[in-house]
Design a protein around this ligand. Sequence first.
Ligand code: AQP
Length: 327
Amino acid sequence: MQQRIFSGVQPTGNIHIGNYLGAFRNWVKLQDEYDAIYCIVDLHAMTTDYDPGELEKTRIETAKVLLALGVDPDRSLLYTQSQVPGHAELAWILSTMTPMGVLNRMTQFKEKTAAGASSNLGLYSYPVLMAADILLHRANLVPVGDDQRQHIEVTRDLAERFNNKFGDVFPIPEAHVPERSARVMSLTDPHAKMSKSDPQPKSRVLLLDESDVIRKRIRSAVTDSDPEVRYDTAAKPGISNLLEIMSACTGSPIDSLVDEYAAGGYGRFKDAVADAVIAELAPAKERFVALENGDVRDVLREGGMRANEMAETYQSEVRAAVGLKAF
Ligand code: AQP
């Protein structure tokens, strides 16, 4: 049987090149090799402060970005999490076997609350809902950025706990993290991950940024005072981050980029990085403009119905296993 992949994205706006290079680019590639399911995880987006009207807009915009990047509804299933009640139901079942100690270790919860997010129960139990998202569809592989490794470990642990207690229901999924650019760093602080919620817009390049904005962001990226372009994440984290981004966008190995740009100063190198990012994003930006919101809604409606049918079949197996078989 064909292996299945599942992955999700929060419709929280500000989709950036980290999301693209770390995850979405693989989503597009892998849809030819795997049975692919991609989900706009709107229930997750409610775990931090949000505006309902804005959420409505960003759900459509996120789907539009994914379609523009090449997620193809004829080859993949694309839908929103709230269309499929099985996500929340399975999350509840899994939560009954999640030790608090496991959740207490989660770095994302610690980082988000330290940055000012309210420490609500939904944010705390985010990894349980994420495990449910993946296990609901019996996924074998989860294409994500490096920041999600810890959550995939929790998913594997919960799948094993469930299988040991109730029988072999879930495959044990694996993370699929790209070799390069799995953790794109902030342009204003190369020690922190590029992030949608960073209050500084200068910290990221958005997929929908105009070319002149992209160039400005990259030119102002924090680097260091020694003008040699060299890959050294400890001594030159800013330049190393730009090298990773450029390598991911051009396909050229980092060594050959270093040979080409070692001398000549940071200005020339940063301009070349900007050219590479602009060229990489241009086709998707054109397709984004051409997509109609109505068509995107149709894709999501259809995807949600199919995902719900599949989830219902799978959930009846879970209900039977845990003693909740339908009468
Ligand atoms: N900086 C990054 N580098 C590589 N991959 C990244 N991802 C996120 N940031 C980077 C990957 O993008 C996918 C979708 O992300 P998400 O929307 O589910 O996660 P997120 O945590 O909301 O994204 P951000 O930008 O990190 O936002 P905040 O500021 O809310 O924390 C995931 O596969 C993720 O690994």
